[in-house]
Design a protein around this ligand. Structure first.
Ligand code: SAH
Ligand code: SF4
Length: 356
């Protein structure tokens, strides 16, 4: 068995076929379906002979070793900490809702974008993940969902890393999840900090995946500060790329907005955001997330009353917005809290609120 790919979920169907040379032709279908439809570990693909299962397990090792798993929301949120073969660590979060099951996956070990409010950014960049490491997160989480009697159908690239800085591997994973696992492209969401070249590449890709852009500020002065990559791709360029993406794909675009106390939660922030949304050819959807605490960022998330007020202001300005419920803050599994096992949460006293 020879292969150029390193891990089980990195090999393409053709490469797996080469691995199975000497076996009856139908084995390829059996193994492929075992891995991606049944989400079985190679040793558990029971319709192929034991000797072959053992050979597969030995020659195509998995890329992720489970270090820990933490559970919250009475079992409905599970955070996995994995070790990669070179010792780097990443995290994956499985979220079970009454009507759907979603997994939040990492695209890089660490992140080079340096957003100060994000635990991943605070830890710096280690390396890109390859397609096998990305796909395996979905398979392993899907296996867990199946053990709970549920089917994983939604994948969000909102874990550690910037997916569009690793676009080639990310796109290869999208194709594998669509073709082999059978997930609908409409249930796959890529979240980006706003890498304009990546958004333009994505616009040329065939599958209609969802795009979420982490905006957080609607003027360059504030966005330069919160999201340093804005200095390279300022808002005007970013919104033009979003507009072109919408025109090319016709898919809904969403903006992520982490509400930070006294920083981007005032009436004028809502007005600027509404103005920016009006530049798009289709209505954007704004997801409001009160900022989660991280060790390296002193300012707290907006208090609930301000979150609701901001939501109301946007609605009055004709913008579709939703306040996102936070999952897993008690196990550092919420947005921006993935730090590969480093301690993240410091509980801070909220300062007395000052009217804006
Ligand atoms: N790098 C990509 C995807 C991973 S981050 C991106 O930035 O979009 C996933 C989401 O969590 C982004 O919208 C990000 O801005 C947000 N986020 C980061 N830190 C956060 C925090 N402390 N509280 C709430 N959301 C945060
Ligand atoms: Fe990277 Fe996204 Fe965190 Fe920014 S918010 S540091 S882009 S993971």
């Amino acid at each position: 068995m020879t292969t150029t790919a390193a891990s089980l979920y990195a090999v393409s169907r053709d490469e797996l076929s080469a691995c199975l040379s000497g076996e009856p032709r139908y084995r390829l279908d059996q193994v492929w379906a075992g891995l991606y439809t049944q989400l079985a570990a190679p040793g558990d693909i029971t319709n192929v002979p034991k000797a072959l299962r053992e050979r597969l397990a030995a020659e195509l090792p998995t890329a992720l070793t489970e270090v820990t798993r933490q559970v919250s929301d009475r079992g409905d949120t599970v955070k996995f900490l994995w070790e990669l073969v070179d010792g780097h660590r990443i995290e994956t979060v499985l979220m079970v809702y009454p009507d759907r099951v979603t997994v939040c996956i990492s695209s890089q070990a660490g992140c080079a974008m340096g957003c100060g409010f994000c635990a991943t950014g605070q830890g710096g960049f280690q390396r890109h993940l390859d397609v096998g490491e990305i796909v395996e997160q979905v398979v392993r989480a899907g296996r867990e969902a199946r053990a709970m009697g549920r089917r994983l159908a939604n994948v969000v690239y909102m874990g550690m890393g910037e997916p569009l800085a690793n676009e080639v591997a990310v796109w290869a994973s999208i194709e594998r999840l669509h073709e082999a696992v059978g997930l609908s492209a409409r249930h796959l969401t890529i979240s980006t900090v706003g890498l304009v070249p990546g958004i333009r590449t994505l616009a040329t890709r065939p599958l209609p995946v969802n795009l979420a852009v982490s905006l957080h500020a609607a003027n360059d002065r504030l966005r330069d500060e919160l999201v340093p990559i804005n200095r390279r791709y300022p808002l005007d360029e970013l919104i033009t790329a979003c507009r072109d993406y919408l025109r090319a794909k016709g898919r809904r675009l969403s903006f992520e907005w982490a509400l930070i106390d006294g920083v981007n939660d005032r009436a004028r922030d809502a007005a600027e955001l509404a103005k920016l949304c009006r530049r798009l050819p289709l209505p954007a959807h704004v997801n409001l997330i009160p900022l989660n605490p991280t060790e390296g960022y002193p300012t707290v998330g907006s208090p609930p009353a301000r979150v609701h007020e901001f939501h109301r202001l946007l609605t009055d300005l004709g913008v579709n917005a939703t306040v996102r419920r936070n999952r897993g803050t008690d196990i550092d599994a919420a947005c921006g809290q993935l730090a590969a096992g480093r301690p993240v949460t410091v509980r801070r006293e909220r300062p007395q609120s000052t009217p804006s």
